[in-house]
Design a protein around this ligand. Structure first.
Ligand SMILES: N[C@@H](CCC(=O)N[C@@H](CS)C(=O)NCC(=O)O)C(=O)O
Length: 106
């Protein structure tokens, strides 16, 4: 994996309040994107199966954040986890406050 991919992933996480590294056909990714949309958050989504450096970016996410599957969800510049972690966060009533703290949902 290239150093450029690591720099790019870190920049994306640093520059956006809500980020999802996703694949278009992944049902967990679809659930994550719907949950965030329904919560009023506009996520910056990288569809790894649609970009030429997708495999490199996924490897960079794995190395930087020790998360190897998609989706990889970041809120307020920190890894939440995959869809299971996002849904658990929502179930505990913590998603709204987390998004509010990130300044992206009412
Ligand atoms: N428990 C995980 C499951 C995620 C998962 O299994 N994602 C699949 C795609 S649907 C995956 O990442 N497969 C390996 C890959 O695409 O590299 C979650 O809730 O996010």
């Amino acid at each position: 994996m290239s150093a450029a991919a690591k720099t790019k992933v870190q920049s994306i996480v640093d520059e956006h309040a809500v980020v999802v590294f996703s694949k278009t056909y992944c049902p967990y990714c679809k659930a994550t994107k719907k949950t965030l949309k329904d919560a009023g958050a506009q996520a910056f989504v990288v569809e790894l199966d649609e970009v030429s450096d997708g495999a490199d970016l996924q490897a960079a996410v794995r190395e930087l954040f020790h998360h190897s599957t998609v989706p990889a969800v970041f809120i307020n510049h920190a890894l939440v986890g995959g869809n299971d972690a996002l849904q658990a966060t929502k179930s505990k009533g913590k998603l709204g406050p987390m998004l509010q703290a990130a300044g992206v949902a009412a």
